[in-house]
Design a protein around this ligand. Structure first.
Ligand code: TRP
Length: 473
């Protein structure tokens, strides 16, 4: 760990950097498809409640740990309690699992940039286009090729140390992305679609995007059983970890770069608001229109491919669709590559800290590891469709192991460490060190000591039991 840690110039710099790491494919790609899969409004409601309670408590904890210790995750946990130093290592494994499959999705984004650049936008609007590309059972060149391109770009940026440059570009791109998303969402809400029967003949019934908006925002409690409730909360929780880059040591590192006089409460609120806002906007862009085109069942059936199937369909109906599509996917690419660079940078700097390897060697090794782990994810929907781990395709498996198993374990142990071993006072004192008002202090203490641990145990048990098919969901 370097002696002279660089620090953020001010609070806004810190908030923007942390939000930049948090906003990525998690918001744009993962949130909408989970919301579609888990019943729309009800998922969104669960997510918002969790963000305001768990998200707030965990992010405050991690950033405060970072600022207090001035170290990144392995060192920080060790400094808090030598018995818990293993926790830093577990947290550190998470980016290694996430980065390879993150790059597979990043590769899909690259593919769509190329598609819009070369004017294949009409072909891309066909429902089979995505399947022929990423889920083709005979071709392995395309899925692995785009994955490799994205991973290589990430590695090159980390190797050349140009991440500052990329970050600067993405700081300009981010606001443009948000403006574009708002514009696309408004356009999307004007769409309607005539429902076809099973033979493809018009039924005369028209489904509007506004009905889809209702599906997206108004929780529908009919048919909501205990089982679906647990399932929805589990999915929302895994999404929270992923989207806010929690339970993997990243926010500890960001915290360690923060100046002592920065108001942490305000910062956490703003990072959360930003991250959740972008996710909600992404859903707004994708779900109402897909609902109009495909109905609720059709929406849920797409899974991880949702964004790549729904948006080209919308762009095809938009004036200047090819241009808007191109700009959109380029912006998504920037959001994705800043996140993947930050993921790889975390892994590489930790390898450099722990071994005698230089940056180049560490980079090459991590690149090769990601390549080996990522290829099965890239091929999992196509050529290797037959291979399943715990009944899941590779990409879903890695996603499950990191977000639904390891991250809840890290979060649980962090809560036990803070709530029961060293005491929440360590954190609350750090938060209030300049006399800041910690408005939700009581909530914070209750969350970390009681509610979060209980919830996390339930979620872990449930995830593992359902993965091993011990309970049927
Ligand atoms: N939160 C990021 C997203 O929403 C993904 C992510 C997870 C990440 N862990 C990270 C990004 C660590 C940067 C660093 O896409």
């Amino acid at each position: 760990m370097s002696e002279n840690r660089s620090s953020f110039s001010g609070r806004i710099g810190f908030v923007l950097a942390a939000a930049g790491s948090a906003v990525g494919l998690g918001n744009l790609w993962r949130f909408p498809y989970l919301a579609a899969q888990y019943g729309g409004g009800i998922f969104v409601l669960c997510y918002i409640i969790l963000a305001l309670t768990f998200g707030f408590a965990l992010m405050t904890t991690e950033i405060a740990i970072g600022r207090k210790t001035g170290l990144s995750c392995i060192g920080a946990y060790k400094k808090l309690s030598s018995k818990f130093s293993f926790l830093g290592y577990i947290a550190w494994v998470v980016p290694i699992i996430i980065l390879p499959y993150y790059s597979v999705i990043g590769g899909w984004v690259c593919k769509y940039v190329a598609v819009y650049l070369t004017g294949q936008h009409n072909a891309a609007a066909e429902a089979t286009f995505f399947k022929n590309f990423a889920m083709n059972p005979t071709s392995w060149v395309e899925p692995t090729g785009w994955f490799l391109l994205f991973l290589a770009l990430t590695a090159a940026a980390v190797l050349l140390g140009v991440e500052k440059g990329v970050e600067r570009v993405s700081k300009i791109m981010m606001p443009i992305l948000i403006v574009l998303m708002v514009a696309i969402s408004i356009f999307v809400l004007t769409l309607k679609h005539e429902v076809l029967d099973s033979n493809g003949n018009p039924t005369g019934e028209v489904r509007t995007a506004l009905q889809g908006l209702r599906y997206y925002l108004v929780p529908d409690l009919s048919g909501f059983t205990f089982k679906t409730a647990v399932k929805t909360v589990c999915a929302a929780m895994s999404q929270l970890f992923y989207s806010m880059s929690l339970a993997m040591g990243i926010m500890i590192t960001y915290g360690s770069y923060t100046k002592k006089d920065t108001d942490l409460v305000k910062s956490v609120n703003q990072i959360e608001l930003f991250d959740t806002g972008v996710a909600l906007l992404a859903g707004l862009m994708i779900i109402p229109s897909m609902f109009a085109f495909k109905g609720a069942e059709g929406l849920a059936a797409n899974g991880p491919s949702l964004m790549f199937i729904s948006l080209p369909e919308v762009f095809a109906q938009m004036p200047l669709g090819r241009f808007v599509g191109l700009v959109f996917f380029v912006l998504v690419f920037f959001a994705a590559i800043t996140s993947s660079i930050s993921l790889m940078e975390t892994i590489v700097s930790m390898v450099m800290d722990r071994t005698r390897l230089g940056r180049t060697a560490a980079c090459i090794i991590i690149f090769l590891v990601c390549l080996a782990v990522g290829i099965p994810s890239a091929l999992g929907y196509g050529v290797w469709d037959g291979v399943r781990l715990l009944g899941l395709q590779f990409l879903d498996f890695f996603d499950f192991i990191s977000n639904s198993v390891i991250m809840p374990i890290v979060a649980l142990l962090t809560c036990i460490l803070i709530g029961w071993i060293i005491g929440t006072k360590t954190i609350t004192d750090e938060v209030c060190r300049n006399g800041e008002k910690f408005g939700r202090k009581a909530l914070y203490e209750f969350m970390v000591k009681y509610l979060a641990p209980i919830f996390l145990v339930v979620i872990l048990v449930f995830s593992v039991l359902s993965a091993f098919k011990i309970i049927e969901v």
